[in-house]
Design a protein around this ligand. Structure first.
Ligand code: ADP
Ligand code: MG
Length: 156
């Protein structure tokens, strides 16, 4: 279900969107980040984590090789996953996403690599570059949960 179709004119606007979404995140939430290499999935995830950590300099390395990095933040843990190099279902099972979501929230880059094995509730962002190198089009869609109501409480 498509909820919003946004045009972000630069990286600061991507950060602003990330801050808004960070403020409505709960434990159990799963945010799926789709888009080509360089679209801005990691930039978005980094901004969400820095907001929730209340630390604008928090180091957020790409979990490309480890697949997952969990941040123990003040309110709840947030796991950052990058499934680009996911090999098979077994490797996905080892990540124990269900367990991560019992405790906290998850931000998942390359969710397509998980096949169908994703939680029933998610907020999805599809990020696309345009002609302007700093601009991005972001489409938000959601499955389950109360995402439309929660998004309505933001400045989006
Ligand atoms: P991905 O994780 O999707 O491969 P990254 O977040 O690692 O992409 O890289 C996105 C790159 O695009 C960064 O170098 C970032 O500075 C740049 N960029 C330029 N404009 C934007 C924007 N509006 N939103 C996000 N990133 C942007
Ligand atoms: Mg990335």
């Amino acid at each position: 279900e498509l909820l919003l179709d946004l045009t972000l004119k630069d990286e600061a606007e991507t950060r602003r969107l990330a801050e808004d979404i960070a403020m409505i995140l709960h434990p159990g939430d799963c945010v799926l980040l789709s888009g080509d290499l360089g679209a801005g999935k990691s930039a978005f995830a980094r901004a969400v984590l820095r907001t929730l950590a209340d630390d604008p300099e928090l180091e957020v390395p790409s979990p490309t090789f480890t697949l997952v990095q969990t941040y123990e933040l003040a309110r709840f843990p947030v796991s950052h996953l990058d499934l680009y190099r996911l090999e098979d279902e077994e490797e996905l099972a080892e990540l124990a996403l269900d367990d991560l979501l019992e405790e906290g929230a998850a931000l998942i880059e390359w969710p397509e690599r998980a096949g169908g094995l994703l939680p029933a509730n998610w907020l999805g962002l599809t990020i696309e570059s345009g002609a302007d190198p700093a601009a991005r089009r972001v489409r938000l869609s959601a499955k389950g949960s109360d995402w439309p109501e929660r998004l309505a409480r933001t400045r989006l």
